[in-house]
Design a protein around this ligand. Structure first.
Ligand SMILES: NC(=O)c1ccc[n+]([C@@H]2O[C@H](COP(=O)([O-])OP(=O)(O)OC[C@H]3O[C@@H](n4cnc5c(N)ncnc54)[C@H](OP(=O)(O)O)[C@@H]3O)[C@@H](O)[C@H]2O)c1
Length: 190
């Protein structure tokens, strides 16, 4: 059971524009031709912040057109917010706030041995990293720059904490980098 942060980013390190648009992302490649189908098949629970969830709520028509459902996940999902948020019909979601370690334990119990996907945003993934709970960063880097926006991972993580495991080209629009996060007490990579 691993806890990966799996996301797409612009070349200059933003996962969305300042106004939470992902319009730059969709022309870059076909999800079905990426690692996503294999990745999601190994996910048993997922977590996201309120801005990511609210994007899904706002774009329900678009998500339905692309996936057949306003909420494309079968897995239980934890939505972090300090506010009351609307529910999406048929979605297996629970709202959470505060310490990510408590939610991580709940996710582990629900995931039946499968992986725990930290969907984003970057600071939420950073909170899991701060708690020593993040195992992998899997990042699809799009062939675009945004200039500013929502940061990929607003933390300072210096070598050798991240070790590059693989590099895959996905057409002309994306490159996928996979990093293992070295935990306290683990040997540094050779
Ligand atoms: N490129 C991609 O593949 C990709 C992947 C994921 C997301 N995105 C996009 O990137 C943007 C991410 O936005 P974002 O960086 O603002 O992040 P976000 O994590 O989606 O939302 C941040 C909000 O999450 C809540 N939150 C986070 N940690 C919390 C905690 N411990 N306890 C309680 N609430 C907590 C707070 O919500 P409240 O303000 O409600 O209290 C916070 O303002 C969205 O537009 C999303 O659609 C893109």
């Amino acid at each position: 059971m691993k806890t990966p942060y799996y996301t797409a980013t612009s070349l200059d390190g933003f996962i969305a524009t300042e106004d939470d648009s992902l319009d730059w992302l969709f022309p870059l490649g076909d999800l079905g031709e990426s690692s996503y189908p294999a990745f999601i098949s190994e996910v048993g629970a997922l977590a996201m912040g309120s801005a990511t969830y609210e994007w899904m709520v706002r774009n329900a028509d678009r998500v339905t057109a692309e996936t057949g459902s306003a909420w494309p996940y079968q897995q239980p999902a934890w939505i972090f917010s300090n506010r009351e948020l609307p529910r999406i019909d048929g979605a297996d979601i629970r709202f959470a706030r505060g310490d990510v370690r408590l939610v991580h334990a709940e996710m582990c119990a629900a995931a039946d041995g499968k992986n725990l996907w930290i969907v984003g945003g970057g600071d939420l993934a950073g909170q899991f990293h701060d708690a020593g709970l993040l195992d992998e960063l899997i990042v699809q880097i799009g062939s675009v720059t945004l200039g500013n926006g929502k940061p990929l991972f607003p933390r300072r993580v210096l070598s050798p904490r991240l070790s590059l495991v693989s590099v895959h080209q996905v057409g002309a629009g994306m490159a996928e980098l996979r990093y293992k996060v070295q935990k306290d007490g683990e040997d540094a990579p050779p």
